[in-house]
Design a protein around this ligand. Structure first.
Ligand code: SAM
Length: 285
């Protein structure tokens, strides 16, 4: 049964205070309370628009306990709003566990869409947008970060990352190691703010820019990488070389096909036919 209460998940500005929808203002002014990551931050936004709704602190550390209390209030029929410090709540921001809990409990959860840094960055970077993958923040430790990047090396969609300024140069340097300096890259900084900038268009050029302008390595930023181009010809040559080596090592055709299909992300039956052809010498002349 649907409870009477309702939670609105409200997007707020990512810099420019004017980037808030009419509906967001109406909702924030009419709900019983606004749950905010940082109440001082959100108070400034509400004050700017003359909204005096009660603010309740809800962040990653008190989400469980306070979230349960707010759930009770929603079940009693109250209407509340969830906001984060900037942009769309739950997008690299806390709240996902709580929203799942509310849905489970039958509370209606309604999005009030608006700004998000990832969409703002994509909308003006000029990279392909028909397919993209949002990776949020990379692991902060170098080893774990490189491991994640290695796993993304062949990603055929545009990739979007959030990154802290003090890690920008290290991250771009790691990215060059995996994608090469000529790979398409755009860094979108300080979106909607006075010093907004887009720096592109290759990894090498972007790294060079920030090394030459350390004063710009600050503020908030989004890193975008163009889709990896599949080098089918090179893959084919490397797959055949691997098949030969594995066959010479005495592995069965089926095992070889399994390993090579997984390595090059190709259908097993197609690789199996290639293994058979190589084994019988059809492709060796
Ligand atoms: N919920 C937010 C959203 O919808 O975009 C993201 C919150 S996340 C904790 C903060 C990160 O988002 C920043 O470190 C930065 O990578 C990115 N970001 C937020 N505002 C930005 C802005 N104005 N310009 C560029 N990046 C921004």
């Amino acid at each position: 049964m649907q409870a009477r209460g309702e939670l609105f998940v409200v997007a707020t500005p990512i810099g420019n205070l004017a980037d808030i929808t009419q509906r967001a203002l109406e909702v924030l002014a009419s709900v019983d309370w606004v749950a905010a990551e940082d109440t001082r931050h959100t108070r400034r936004l509400l004050a700017h628009y003359g909204i005096g709704t009660q603010l309740i602190s809800l962040h990653a550390h008190n989400e469980h306990q306070r979230g349960e209390r707010l759930l009770e209030r929603l079940l009693e029929g109250e209407r509340g709003a969830l906001v984060s410090d900037a942009g769309t709540p739950l997008i690299s921001d806390p709240g996902a566990v709580w929203v799942a809990r509310l849905r489970q409990a039958g509370v209606r959860v309604t999005p009030v869409p608006g700004p998000s840094a990832l969409i703002a960055a994509l909308s003006a970077a000029g990279l392909p947008t028909d397919r993209f993958a949002f990776e949020g923040f990379l692991p902060t430790k170098g080893g774990a970060r490189r491991q994640r990047l290695a796993a993304l090396r062949r990603e055929p969609r545009t990739l979007v990352f959030y990154e802290a300024p003090h890690r920008l140069v290290a991250t771009l340097t790691d990215m060059i190691g995996f994608w090469g300096g000529g790979h398409a890259c755009v860094v979108a900084r300080e979106l909607t703010k006075r010093h907004e900038s887009f720096v592109g268009d290759t990894l090498e050029a972007v790294l060079g820019h920030f090394q030459a302008h350390p004063e710009e390595v600050r503020g908030e930023l989004v890193i975008l990488l163009g889709p990896a181009k599949r080098d089918d010809e090179e893959d084919q040559v490397r797959a055949e070389q691997l098949i030969q080596r594995l066959l010479e090592a005495g592995l069965s055709a089926r095992t070889v096909a399994g390993i090579v299909a997984d390595t090059f992300e190709q259908p097993r039956n197609r690789v199996y036919r290639l293994v058979q052809a190589l084994k019988s010498g059809d492709l060796l002349q």
